[in-house]
Design a protein. Sequence first.
Length: 285
Amino acid sequence: MPRDYAVIDLHVHVQPWRMLRPEILERMSRGRADHAEIVDVMANPDRFLGLLDRSGIEKAALVNYVAPEVMGFTDEVNDWISAYCKDHRDRLIPVGSLHPAHVKDARAAVDRLLGDLGIRMVKIHPPHQLFYPNAYREGLGALEVLYRRCEEAAVPVMFHTGTSIFAGARVKYGDPIHLDDVAVDFPRLRMLLAHAGRPLWTETAVFLARRHPNVWLDLSSIPPGSLLEYLPKLESLADKCLWGTDWPAPMVPSMKANLDKFLALPLSDDAKKKILRDNALRLGF
């Protein structure tokens, strides 16, 4: 049946690449024939909207996070993405972050993030920010403030789960089991487990999504052709999964190519529509 709905991509990395550490930038750029296009859309929201149109995507969440030690991104990314999306809030969803180990006034920092800057989803990247996502239980108080405020404001928090290829990343922090504490302690916090724990912890991520009503899986960065190998019960999980591409991460050639390959999977049209659009709308996007 022809698709009669628009797609929402909840995991795209439009970021200020000028902040990237040289070795990270080299890895992101290596072997990409579309490097010039990527640089262009990073600087021009209108060009990015054109790319979305050509890819068959209505809305995209533009994921930014603070990780100075590993990636080079400082808290300036929040102002950058807020300004980038300013004139296109109907289609561009600004995703920002804070680093709980570096903030002095967590309440003020979170209020600025969600209020002044209009950030609509928060990203926590444990392997790049170098802490466990339940570290508030060990004294990282700013993290508890962030979760509590996002819970109150109904702002989703996206957590990187799974591995990372970048130099300096600590993969141990990507084990999603630590998010069980977060889901228990903040039962109304809308939690998205990016990459569904791939490749090491997919079963754990699926368990958490089944166990907790407030946990969903983001399918980004899993090659669409391999999705049913990682998630053989994807059809029955369709209510808890959201579409994302992770473009322009390494090994993600294009948003359109990923979408076309997903649409070719032997899933029901109903399951595809839930994953590509309906679940994102349910979460307020």
